[in-house]
Design a binder for this molecule. Structure first.
Ligand code: EPZ
Length: 371
């Protein structure tokens, strides 16, 4: 199975492209509705985008608008992260609060507090986050910021804002996800001075200007893991390529605990080997490098037909167990207690009409349907 570019890299690196003074080219961009929406939002800011298959060419020369359109941003959470680059480039940004979605309220106070620490004045009124920088050159100031939670989005927003700030910014308790590292590598490729990405302490030294680049984003670890789970649940051999095995360590460890065998044929090629055994195990979602919340629903489908009982604990989002009701329609035996799902494996699921609540839950239901 061919794995596309990572959705959660593409969306944030597209926002990062706003930092470039003139132009930039992004490769390995996946064909997704969310990518289309992000293109529309960025074009509404005055940027021209040419798209050829998985390549996006950005012409920044017309970038002059600080207010992405409400109706587009409220449907795409990742668009909120653009507040960092817009504020860094224009000194003002008026971005709608991202609506909550089915998995949770999705607050942004960590983003806002960090921007305030960097000298931005931020007011939230009528659902719009209104941020602006005063002072002669309207530049953000470097700051030492401690994130109460290793939020992926807050780390990304603040990293992007800091690339053009005056002085040094330190992000403590930063997120370590591969998509954060990918964004940092993109920013470095346009001239940003960033060290520590992938650790919980990222240091950014602001520069005056950021230049053009041609950058290819990483492959999607969630998509890769989803294919591996599909192989395990159908007891079939599936090759997944390109897959960065180090990004999938937690998922592969869980798959092997359950009884699947995963061959790593080369640094970017993995394969499921049928074993016919599926045993229950426990899963707790936590920030990277622990087991990712974006793979929780898919693994629940697998555990629903694995022998014995499993406890799945979702600690990242407050409402990301909605696929339980849908899997139960298919005959799964699952009880929810707080943020725990207790799964008793059944011999087989049965086809049913089910509802997709969020992206990863949808993938879980497809996997359950395959079995
Ligand atoms: C990113 O969302 C991903 N989205 C999510 O993927 C992923 O599940 C999540 O990181 C965790 O890995 C994109 O990258 C576009 P967070 P993000 O900030 O940045 C709370 C998918 O299916 N929080 O790390 O929004 C928040 O409510 C999506 O591809 C605050 O309380 O995640 C959540 O409970 C789903 N205040 C927790 O932190 C804040 O200011 C983790 O959120 C920010 C976050």
């Amino acid at each position: 199975m061919k794995v596309s570019g990572a959705k959660n890299s593409a969306l944030v690196v597209m926002a990062g492209a706003l930092l470039c003074k003139s132009e930039c080219r992004l490769r390995n961009i996946p064909g997704l509705v969310d990518v289309d929406k992000m293109c529309q939002i960025i074009e509404a800011l005055g940027v021209k985008i040419q798209r050829n298959d998985d390549v996006l060419d950005f012409d920044m020369t017309g970038f002059n608008c600080h207010t992405p359109p409400f109706e587009l941003v409220s449907k795409l959470r990742a668009a909120f992260f653009a507040i960092g680059p817009i504020l860094a480039r224009l000194g003002v940004a008026k971005v709608p609060l991202p609506g909550g979605c089915s998995i949770g309220a999705r607050p942004v106070e960590l983003h806002v507090r960090g921007l305030q620490a960097m000298g931005a004045h931020v007011e939230i009124a009528h659902g719009i986050v209104n941020a602006y920088v005063t002072g002669v050159n309207k530049r953000l100031q470097g700051a030492k910021i401690y994130l109460d939670y290793p939020s992926v989005g807050a780390t990304e927003t603040l990293m992007m804002a800091a690339t053009l700030a005056d002085g040094e910014t330190i992000l403590e308790n930063a997120a370590k996800e591969p998509e954060v590292v990918d964004l940092a590598n993109f920013c470095i490729s346009i001239g940003a001075k960033i060290t520590g990405a992938g650790t919980d302490r990222i240091v950014i030294v602001g520069v005056q200007e950021l230049h053009a680049t041609e950058y290819s984003i990483i492959s999607d670890r969630v998509e890769a893991a989803t294919f591996l789970v599909a192989g395990a649940i159908t007891n079939s051999e599936i090759t997944v390529f390109p897959a960065i095995s180090s990004h999938l360590a937690a998922a592969v460890a869980k798959l092997e605990q359950i009884g699947a065998r995963i061959a790593i044929d080369s640094p970017d090629r993995m394969r499921t080997i049928p074993t016919g055994i599926l045993r229950g195990t426990d899963i707790e979602t936590l920030p990277y490098p622990a087991f990712p919340t974006d793979m929780q629903a898919q693994f629940m489908a697998l555990l629903a037909v694995s022998e014995g009982s499993s406890v799945i604990t979702e600690t990242v989002f407050e409402n990301r167990l909605q696929h339980v009701a849908e899997l139960k329609r298919m005959g799964a035996n699952i009880k929810v207690k707080g943020n725990h799902a207790i799964v008793e494996g059944v011999l087989a699921l049965s086809g049913a009409t089910v509802t997709a609540t969020d992206l990863r839950a949808s993938a879980a239901l497809v996997i359950a349907g395959l079995a």
